[in-house]
Write a protein that binds this ligand. Structure first.
Ligand SMILES: [Mn+2]
Length: 386
């Protein structure tokens, strides 16, 4: 069990101890009970920049950190149509690994959305040659992904090459990824929170650049610290990131207040399609064919639109339908209250979180809408909430 890799963590004990003495209320009950197992003591007392880390998370993070720092060339990747959490997590981790002298590149199946390129250091993103990067990787780290198919055209390359693999993710549901050390915590607010924990466990210092990238992950995955995954711990992590130099207004301006005109015009057009069924608490919108092209925007510019149908009083389930090419329709599911949309999305081969999930289905817009809406009405009527 003990390896040379344990040593740096033992060395972190004094600082973890100081943090616990100064913040006794943050000590959890489990760590109080762990009195005679050396590892349990070490891990339960571990904290990351003042935020205590659950022992199982610390243990998994240690294995992931060891795998990453032991590799010659690390390739970081995230899901197709990367979001703020995927991009923020990989850029945060890129900075940390670089500082450790590790050779590292980002290689995503689709390009990084414009609104996140302000985070991107020169030379970090090799997504244009993603296949080549995967082929020369000693180890691939997948971030914010629970299923290999989310890597689009990179999935078959990984299956063929079988590089060493680590994963860091917070999605609920079955994991379908290559074997390797994994830091998976469905109770984590965002993958960025787990990168923060990884840094704490490994003893990698936060810089203003890495802190800003992780803050973007937390900010966007919580819808600006509004959604149900806005936990006390997430806010503690965000506070620590601010202490490391993040300027929240500057980040807001870059992520949310630098929209191309087309994004707002697209919003106006999509909202015209709104249908509400108040008796079941269902509302949905559809993206008209060619709307993205006409407004000269990308799928990333649809981010947040589904919040409008969800914001209607009495709506428990909101949907957004859009064409994604290859004769497929992507459905985004958002819920309020007890409605578990991960379960609903799973019926259609998708997945996600309790209140935010997605799936893609083959068929015409009309066919997919009928199929999904029928299932959604049945789902809502079957007493998902009081
Ligand atoms: Mn995420």
């Amino acid at each position: 069990m003990r390896s040379a890799r344990s040593v740096p963590f033992g060395q972190r004990l004094p600082s973890a101890g100081v943090s616990l003495r100064s913040q006794p209320k943050e000590l959890d009950q489990k760590s109080l009970a762990a009195d005679n197992v050396q590892d349990a003591i070490i891990f339960s007392e571990m904290s990351s920049n003042g935020v205590p880390i659950p022992p199982d998370r610390a243990r998994a993070a240690r294995d992931v950190a060891a795998a990453l720092t032991g590799a010659r060339h690390v390739v970081l990747t995230t899901h197709v149509n990367a979001d703020g959490d995927g991009v923020g997590s990989e850029i945060g981790l890129w900075h940390m690994l670089r500082a450790q002298g590790v050779s590292v590149k980002i290689a995503n199946p689709t390009r990084i959305p414009d609104r996140f390129t302000f985070l991107l250091p020169a030379g970090a993103d090799a997504s244009q040659h993603a296949v080549r990067e995967i082929e020369r990787a000693d180890i691939v780290a997948s971030l914010d992904i629970g299923d290999l198919t989310r890597l689009g055209e990179l999935a078959p390359v990984i299956k063929r090459r079988e590089p060493a693999f680590v994963c860091i993710d917070h999605h609920v549901g079955p994991v379908n990824l290559p074997v390797g050390p994994c830091l998976i915590a469905p109770d984590a607010t965002a993958t960025a929170e787990l990168i923060f924990d990884l840094a704490g466990v490994a003893g990698w210092p936060l810089t203003p650049e890495s802190a800003q990238a992780l803050y973007v992950g937390l900010l966007t995955d919580t819808g600006g610290f509004r959604f149900s995954n806005t936990t006390a711990r997430a806010l503690r992590v965000a506070a620590a990131l601010l202490e490391h130099g993040v300027d929240p207004e500057e980040v807001y301006a870059s992520v949310y207040a630098s929209a191309p005109e087309g994004r707002v015009r697209l919003l106006a057009e999509v909202l015209q399609t709104l249908v509400v069924e108040p008796d079941v608490g269902l509302a949905w919108v559809s993206v008209p064919p060619d709307a993205l092209r006409r407004h000269e925007v990308t799928p990333d510019d649809l981010d947040g639109i589904v919040e409008f149908p969800r914001s209607i009083a009495g709506v428990r389930l909101a949907l957004l339908f859009r064409h994604i090419g290859n004769g497929r329709i992507k459905v985004s599911f958002r819920s309020m209250g007890e409605v578990d949309v991960a379960e609903l999305a799973h019926q259609f081969g998708g997945g996600g979180h309790h209140r935010a999930a997605g799936a893609s289905l083959a068929g015409s817009m009309a066919d997919v809408e009928e199929k999904v809406l029928t299932a959604a009405r049945r789902f809502l009527r079957n007493g998902q909430s009081p």
